[in-house]
Design a protein around this ligand. Structure first.
Ligand SMILES: C[S@@+](CC[C@H](N)C(=O)[O-])C[C@H]1O[C@@H](n2cnc3c(N)ncnc32)[C@H](O)[C@@H]1O
Length: 201
């Protein structure tokens, strides 16, 4: 397996490079996720993450405490500010994108010295407008953290026509009329404002 595919973690396999069920690279005890989630292979053999128990809308799921900063975005990284990214070293990496997401990921940017305060760089919460059912897949809206995704993909989230964005390539490529329907992190709102101001000049 090449370093590029595994993004520095030897067990992590890019799901677009092989067919069939992929063994998860992380024990569910990493980031103490064993009480809240289970792994499940989806129809394509890719990994996904489902809830062990029902959780009420808006409720806290976990903080992101197990990660390593990465200099650039990859197919598996999460953007934590306008300029910073992390590789998540836990089952959180297997949370797929959906255009009708069940959770929000709020990222906490590093401080001016590049340090994540208390070692925490984000929080997972159930979306504000509906409960997360036991057995339901945890999904988030990738453009809520990613401004430009390094590897766009055709979305298979299954949301109805008019809801599914079709191609997931990052917030930069989406109209405000779509973005305004979703929870967005502060760095994404700021980068979108910069995009729109540039377009006016
Ligand atoms: C960090 S991985 C998510 C976990 C992935 N399913 C796995 O088995 O490793 C991100 C990759 O999963 C795939 N993916 C995630 N959400 C998807 C979606 N809604 N439709 C199609 N592919 C998706 C894409 O290949 C994407 O680059």
């Amino acid at each position: 397996m090449s370093e590029l595919q595994s993004n520095g973690h030897p067990g992590l396999i890019d799901p677009t490079t092989i067919s069939g069920p992929i063994p998860p690279a992380f024990s569910l005890t990493a980031n103490n996720l064993d009480k809240v989630i289970k792994y499940k292979h989806n129809a394509e053999g890719q990994n996904s993450v489902v809830a062990r128990e029902k959780l009420p809308r808006g409720s806290h799921i976990c903080y992101i405490n197990t990660y390593t900063p990465t200099p650039q975005s990859t197919w598996s990284s999460i953007q934590t500010s306008k300029t910073t990214h992390i590789e998540v070293l836990s089952g959180i990496v297997y949370i797929n994108h959906s255009c009708s997401p069940s959770i929000d990921i709020e990222v906490y940017p590093p401080n001016s010295e590049g340090v994540y305060v208390n070692g925490t760089c984000g929080e997972l919460r159930v979306v504000a407008d509906r409960d997360l059912e036991a057995g339901e897949e945890l999904t988030f809206f990738y453009p809520s953290t990613e401004y430009i995704s390094p590897r766009p993909f055709t979305c298979l989230c299954g949301a109805e026509s008019g809801v599914c964005i079709g191609k997931q390539e990052g917030a930069h490529f989406l109209a405000n009329s779509i973005l305004e329907k979703y929870f967005l992190n502060t760095h994404i709102k700021e980068l979108i404002a910069e995009r729109d101001n540039k377009a006016k000049v």
